[in-house]
Design a binder for this molecule. Structure first.
Ligand SMILES: Nc1ncnc2c1ncn2[C@@H]1O[C@H](COP(=O)(O)OP(=O)(O)OP(=O)(O)O)[C@@H](O)[C@H]1O
Ligand SMILES: [Mg+2]
Length: 476
């Protein structure tokens, strides 16, 4: 190798924040970067006198990623445990000359601190949830100050309380959940709750930017960086998020090359526009969302393990609407109020439609509920959204086999409305009981008041509420 090239290589090994190991085809260590000593608990000189076989046998590092490459002849990536008790991601690549394995170059990144943070967070989350269950008696999160979001179910209230707790920190939040459950809505709320709330909220849908434009969109460019670049250059989305929140929606769709570049920005806190040489500092809070199984994407090689660890700091799963039906009435009321405001009117939903709303599967979650109500609102002529209109409209957006309540094409009769096709009497009675209780929960200050109104005992009220997963918000 020419002198200059070996100097360049030495500079990379000396200065990189990751730890490099360079070994020959037999596993003899030729060089390591200075920082490796602290991670592996051995001096650089001692490491350089050793072999990866010996290091693995002594438990200095386990397993050795270089040995894995020597065994398979392919690049490898794995998690290592070191003798100093640290957890490390190691990646290694083979170097062949004339078909013979001559070198293995591996690089490792210490994740211990990140891992500790995650473990601590999981523990806190558990304690916090236990504490809420013990102390709240059903009034979790009364002081949430949610803007334009409704959470009534216990699970959503707990999630909202947690998000509010972590909002002031700069920790990365990963929002998981099916389409339409509210990932984007809660990312915005998190931003408003954070100390960056007055700064920008930059919402980037990773699935909608063509791969060829990704780099210029994300990093921006200098004048003349490429043909078609504007005369003044442009700040990219990462730079626009400075001082605020960067929300990367559908992060599972981020191309691999961009994942590498994004990781570097997260690590360095700076970026360089296309066609520029000067790095610029950027300071944003990262929030990401996906409805993919990211761990699976890592296994399939579509998502970088190190980026996965960076974004999976605080994972929060928003459950589908069908698993938190207590939220349906408040969400429906919120949407009705919005529609009345948007289109000018004062329409109400016919009582017979509520049980249908409660019974549907809602595969499209809150978004589907909103769209369904909008269609029903627009097609009902009077002030009351009637079952006939509602049924047709509700049915129009239905996916086959998911709707349990209104598959009937027969003319609506009282019987059809109260006992939708496909439901047994018992199910319909339970749904009705639930609707009544849910509505009384909102209107009554205590289970005693509800007991008087219902003409049953207070313990019966408590039992029934618990059976339906309902609570009196703010019991006095
Ligand atoms: N708790 C809530 N209260 C009020 N509105 C909500 C709530 N959750 C979701 N919504 C509304 O439902 C719609 C869908 O939510 P959102 O766009 O946040 O879902 P998403 O999970 O980001 O979906 P996708 O995966 O398709 O991006 C939005 O109009 C949002 O405002
Ligand atoms: Mg979204």
């Amino acid at each position: 190798m020419r002198d200059i090239d070996s100097q360049v290589l030495a500079t990379i090994v000396e200065t990189a924040s990751d730890h490099f190991f360079i070994v020959d085809g037999d596993g003899r260590v030729l060089d390591v970067s200075p920082g490796a000593a602290a991670v592996y608990g051995m001096s650089r000189e001692a490491l350089c006198r050793s072999t990866v076989q010996a290091l693995e046998a002594k438990g200095i590092l386990k397993p050795s990623v270089s040995l894995e490459v020597m065994r398979t002849g392919e690049p490898a990536q794995l998690m290592q445990q070191t003798a100093t008790g640290r957890r490390v991601i190691a990646q290694a690549h083979p170097v062949y000359i004339a078909g013979k394995l001559k070198r293995v170059v591996s690089r490792s990144m210490d994740l211990t601190d990140l891992q500790l943070l995650q473990d601590e967070y999981a523990l806190l989350q558990q304690r916090f949830s236990d504490h809420l269950k013990r102390s709240s008696g059903g009034s979790i999160g009364d002081d949430l100050e949610l803007d334009s979001l409704e959470v009534r179910s216990g699970v959503m209230r707990e999630i909202a309380v947690l998000l509010k707790r972590v909002a002031p920190t700069d920790a990365t939040v990963l929002l998981l959940g099916e389409s339409g459950v509210g990932k984007t809505a809660f990312a915005r709320q998190l931003h408003r709750w954070s100390r960056r709330g007055d700064g920008p909220f930059i919402d980037v849908n990773c699935a909608s930017i063509p791969e060829s434009l990704f780099e210029s969109e994300m990093f921006g460019y200098q004048p003349g960086a490429f043909s078609g670049a504007t005369r003044h250059g442009r700040a990219g989305l990462l730079e626009q998020a400075d001082g605020g929140t960067l929300f990367l929606d559908e992060i599972g769709e981020l191309p691999l090359a961009m994942q590498t570049k994004l990781l570097k920005v997260i690590q360095d806190g700076s970026l360089t526009r296309l066609g520029d040489t000067r790095p610029r500092r950027v300071d944003f809070r990262l929030v990401v969302a996906t409805n993919q199984d990211l761990a699976r994407r890592v296994e399939e090689g579509g998502f970088r393990l190190d980026l996965y660890y960076r974004v999976n700091v605080i994972p929060v799963t928003l459950p589908p609407l069908r698993e938190r039906r207590e939220d349906i009435p408040v969400l429906a009321e919120l949407q009705l109020a919005r529609l009345n405001q948007r289109y000018g009117g004062n329409k109400l939903l016919h009582a017979g439609l509520w049980s249908q709303l409660m019974a549907r599967g809602w595969p499209g979650n809150v978004r589907e509920l909103e769209n369904t109500l909008e269609r029903a609102w627009l097609s009902s002529p009077g002030d009351l959204i009637e079952p006939e209109v509602g049924q047709q409209r509700f049915a129009a957006g239905q996916e086959p086999g998911i709707l349990v309540s209104d598959r009937s094409s027969a003319a609506p009769t009282l019987g059809n409305t109260l006992l939708p096709e496909g439901q047994t009497l018992k199910q319909a009675m339970a749904a009705m009981e639930r609707d009544i209780l849910a509505s009384l929960c909102r209107e009554h200050p205590s289970t005693y008041a509800m007991a008087r109104r219902l003409g049953i005992s207070q313990p019966s009220v408590v039992r029934k509420l618990s059976k339906h997963g309902l609570t009196i918000h703010n019991e006095r």
